[in-house]
Design a protein around this ligand. Structure first.
Ligand SMILES: NC(=O)c1ccc[n+]([C@@H]2O[C@H](COP(=O)([O-])OP(=O)(O)OC[C@H]3O[C@@H](n4cnc5c(N)ncnc54)[C@H](O)[C@@H]3O)[C@@H](O)[C@H]2O)c1
Length: 268
């Protein structure tokens, strides 16, 4: 019996084979789920998501996750393709024009900040609220969004994405209450280690930062494949009482103070 046998879901944010969502899609498919893929129209032109769709025997439905009309059409089309309501949704969407353009946290462009928040956090509320109002998720369904520990601790070069992640995690708790009461739908965030992807490597000094986190984590940085396994677990019935949580998937990094390996390196 496969973990997601009989389940159907929607996966956002697969751009290329490095994307965390790409790995989640493949694992969910391997575990017996039928899925629909989606990404922003511009990403469909640049990325390779159609290749992934062939591997998962499915279709890609374009949608800008900041547009309520697009999200509504996305759910309608997904239900049409999958033959009914959904069991799981992955939110794997993040982008900061401030970070991209190298704007420091002390010199933010506020129009860019609005975009960062809308794309990286409010889009999750929009996806939840639209699903709730359309009542298009089966009871005990699962929403999972990807986040980063910069929501709790300071990582200066992560810029305004830290604020977006704090909002994203708050939305998971807030909506988790309402969706739990309404349909026993679960809402969680997974706080993942630094990972080599288009979004991840866009952060200044990402390589040094990746090495630092790797040394500070007793198990090392969690790879994208392992993150995908964890997301599949959260979609499954094995995790049916986990909701409103921010779950660290980071090899132990979040509970570390210091590791001698890091101090020795810096004092060499
Ligand atoms: N890479 C890391 O180090 C890391 C660590 C922790 C959390 N995360 C989070 O994981 C998630 C996935 O990122 P990734 O690292 O796989 O990088 P990625 O660049 O492969 O994925 C980001 C995706 O967001 C999509 N996107 C951007 N704007 C959109 C919009 N308006 N509508 C719909 N989709 C849009 C992009 O097209 C892309 O597919 C993000 O939330 C990211 O913050 C990443």
């Amino acid at each position: 019996m496969k973990l997601l046998e009989g389940k159907v879901g929607l996966i956002t944010g697969a751009l290329d084979e490095n994307s965390i969502a790409w790995k989640v899609a493949l694992k969910a498919y391997d575990q017996g789920a039928r899925i629909v893929l989606t990404n922003a129209p511009v990403a469909l032109r640049m990325g390779k998501v159609n290749e992934l769709a062939r591997l998962c025997q499915t279709e890609v439905v374009p949608a800008d996750a900041t547009s309520l009309d697009d999200i509504r059409r996305l759910y309608e089309k997904s239900m049409e393709l999958l033959g009914g309501k959904l069991d799981f949704v992955l939110h794997s969407i993040g982008m900061s024009p401030n970070v991209r353009k190298g704007r420091a946290y002390t010199d933010l462009n506020y129009d860019f900040l609005q975009k960062t928040l809308d794309i990286s956090a409010i889009s999750f509320h929009k996806m939840l609220q639209t699903a709730y109002q359309m009542d298009c998720i089966n009871p005990w369904g699962s929403f999972t969004a990807l986040t980063y520990i910069a929501a709790q601790r300071v990582f200066p070069d992560y810029g305004d994405m830290a604020d977006a992640k704090a909002l994203l995690e708050s939305i998971a708790r807030g909506f988790g209450y309402h969706y739990g009461k309404f349909r026993k739908v679960r809402v969680n965030t997974v706080s993942q280690s630094p990972t080599w992807t288009t979004a991840g490597s866009g952060v200044k000094g990402f390589d040094a930062f990746f090495d630092f986190a790797h040394k500070m984590s007793p198990l090392g940085n969690a790879p994208a494949e392992a993150c995908a396994d964890f997301c599949v677990f959260l979609f499954s019935d094995m995790a049916r009482y986990i909701t409103m949580q921010n779950l660290y998937h980071d090899g132990g990094f979040s509970n570390m103070g210091v590791d001698p390996a890091v101090i020795l390196k810096n004092s060499e």
